[in-house]
Design a binder for this molecule. Structure first.
Ligand code: PDD
Length: 275
């Protein structure tokens, strides 16, 4: 297995970064998680647009053209990327003596790896989830490597045999620790607006597009935790999760036998985008 570190493709065991890397010291960096399906990066441009936005938000410079070249070189070396894989790309601010303030003149540490990942047309699982207070800061729209709020939330879910935590801020459902959350009520799809309190997922964006194309009524409006029991369906979206039905949030069970569900229509339409 190989990684690409600062433009060099090297065996994973030989990759080294400084203990003074600000990514390590401060979580001062951004990343993207992408899916490679049959050797092709899915929705590549959307990911680069978001990466550029994240870099800008953290006052980091970007050279997406150079990054794309490095990815091409890396993918030529890495066997797993020939089929289906998860590709992780991280840019940390770089190496500097410790101090909270950053200096724009240091060069970033650019790192990527791909791991084998089976991608099915449809994620057929029904997920159990729990609710968790959303303890994160107010810039969840930046895809950055400081992820402790998400890490704590996901671990809490796993420790209670659940797949994901559904985070709640001021009574409203924001998103999962690594997924966006959607709800369906009387044929209308609801999800939290893409403001500073959620990450605007690429899968989320595709679901919004698909709802428009399929004529499914859609509102970017957060669902209150107290309204959960009035919802007919719920699903999660994300690069790893794709689109998956939610079976349970805490004690509330959704009817997963619901025939002709909106979720299923969106799942099938989404599967076509992957071919
Ligand atoms: N998930 N919300 C958060 C907090 C995330 O970390 C992610 C990404 C999403 C979904 O975004 P996208 O559809 O672009 O993956 C929402 C990681 C990378 C994943 O699940 O693979």
């Amino acid at each position: 297995a190989y990684v690409s570190l600062n433009g060099e493709v090297i065996p994973t065991s030989e990759a080294k970064i400084s203990v003074f890397d600000r990514g390590f010291n401060f979580g001062d960096g951004v990343y993207e998680g992408l899916l490679i399906v049959n050797g092709v990066i899915l929705f590549e441009d959307a990911h680069w647009n978001r990466l550029q936005r994240s870099l800008k938000a953290l006052d980091m410079s970007s050279d997406i053209a150079q990054l794309k070249l490095r990815i091409r070189t890396y993918l030529q070396h890495e066997e797993v990327a020939k089929n289906s894989a998860f590709l992780y790309v991280q840019i940390s601010r770089g190496v500097a003596m410790r101090g909270h303030q950053y200096n724009k003149s240091i060069s970033p540490t650019v790192f990527m790896y791909a791991i084998n990942r089976e991608v099915t047309d449809i994620n057929e699982t029904f997920l159990d989830t729990i609710s968790t207070p959303d303890n994160r800061w107010h810039r969840c729209d930046i895809k950055m490597t400081s992820l402790l709020g998400n890490v704590m939330a996901k671990t809490k879910a796993i420790n209670t045999n659940c797949y994901e935590s559904i985070m709640v801020r001021n009574g409203l459902i924001t998103e999962g620790s690594h997924c966006n959350a959607f709800f369906v009520k009387n044929g209308r799809v609801f999800t939290h607006p893409a403001d500073h309190h959620i990450l605007n997922g690429i899968t989320r964006l595709k679901v919004v597009e698909l709802c428009n194309e399929l004529g499914i009524p859609f509102t970017e409006q957060a669902v209150a935790y107290s309204e959960l029991k009035t919802m007919d369906e719920a699903f999660l979206t994300g690069t790893s999760t794709q689109i998956a039905r939610i079976h349970k949030i805490d004690d509330h069970e959704f009817d997963i036998n619901f025939k002709n569900s909106i979720t299923m229509r969106v799942q099938y339409a989404y599967a076509k985008l992957k071919r």
